[in-house]
Design a protein around this ligand. Structure first.
Ligand code: MG
Length: 339
């Protein structure tokens, strides 16, 4: 008997309006996906759609309707199952990864082991997670930095006309390590002009300074930059990685971009083969979505899994980043429970 798919749209609200170079929002709609087997065992996954990648909660629901008939009878057929989903819908990565996570959750529950254990990983090996300070007025940024006191590394959103004021506001409150993410907000010329400021502010890496397709510009910025450049919007899946080698210093994996947990593992392998740093990031999402990505953090250099920590209310309990430390659950599968 095939697995039964059900879904529920969840509305999330961030503690502060969350501002990035493309815009600001505080309400997000995500989709909780459940696969139920004949014994009533459930595998859970989360779709965190982003309009930038052409998805909304409504397109996720439509995609789930199309993907449900392709679900395997046996969740252990992960490789074949994910391939069938990807052949049917080339995009819709957020919808596909919710099913991928649910299948992996179900496999772990059937075997009675957490996913990190099935992957042979040591949870103690996960690098610390950063916590993001969204774009805002300097006085609000200072307030956010104070509220983020427990996190040892901050990721600061930039890509505006006021980047110097944003960084000075952060530095007025703390001297902890900071990383910046311009979310495609600069031109190559602007990015290069900003390098002395970033260096002066003690920034340790720069995420996606330029628009996704400006690889020539990225290569110019990288040559001029004393700081590593990480591709996020320029890198959706493993196939994007070879052409980024020599253009950037690393890639940022997000499940909502790559569409499957196994694809995330392939991205890590391909990036390593090209001597690239590997980071994991997230959308605004609950602990269910965050935990699916947290399971492979022991394989990474840089972790930014603060999506659930930015929420007013998190409907799930799973991996946590308290004090910046990534703690993986010990329960079977994803190890996520409803709060
Ligand atoms: Mg980013």
């Amino acid at each position: 008997m095939a697995l039964r798919l059900s879904h529920e749209i969840l509305e999330l609200e961030t503690k502060h309006p969350f501002g990035i170079a493309r815009g600001t929002a505080s309400l997000y709609r995500v989709v909780w996906v459940r696969l139920t087997d004949e014994d009533g065992l459930e595998g859970w996954g989360e779709a965190d759609p982003s309009a930038f990648y052409g998805e909304t909660a409504d397109t996720v629901v439509a995609a789930l309707g199309r993907l449900a008939p392709l679900l395997p009878d046996d969740p252990f057929g992960l490789e074949k199952a994910e391939a069938a989903l990807a052949v049917s819908l080339k995009g819709n990565a957020a919808a596909r990864v919710a099913i991928s996570a649910a299948l992996h959750d179900l496999v772990g529950k059937r075997l009675g082991a957490p996913l990190w254990k099935l992957w042979g990983l040591d949870p103690a090996g996960a690098p610390p997670s950063s916590f993001t300070i969204g774009i805002d007025r300097p006085e609000v940024i200072r307030q956010k930095v104070r509220e983020a006191a427990e996190y040892p590394i901050l990721k600061v959103k930039v890509g505006t006309k006021d980047d110097a004021a944003i960084l000075r506001a952060v530095r007025a409150e703390t001297d902890k390590p900071i990383r910046v993410d311009a979310n495609c907000g600069w031109t190559a010329k602007q990015a290069i002009a900003n390098l002395p400021l970033l260096k002066e502010m003690g920034v340790e890496l720069i995420e996606q300074p330029l628009p996704p397709d400006d690889l020539e510009g990225l290569a110019l910025v990288r040559r001029a930059s004393p700081l590593p450049i990480i591709a996020d919007e320029s890198c959706r899946s493993a196939a994007d990685i070879p052409r980024l080698a020599g253009v950037v210093d690393g890639i940022n994996i997000k499940l909502a971009k790559c569409g499957s947990l196994r694809e995330a593992l392939r991205m890590i392998a391909v990036a390593r083969a090209h001597h690239l740093m590997v980071m994991v990031g997230c959308m605004i999402e609950t602990s269910l979505g965050i935990t699916a990505a947290a399971h492979f953090t022991p394989l990474l250099d840089v972790v930014d899994l603060d999506g659930a920590a930015l929420l007013k209310h998190d409907p799930f309990a799973g991996a946590t980043i308290g004090g910046g430390r990534v703690s993986l659950p010990t329960g079977p599968g994803l190890g996520v429970t409803k709060r």
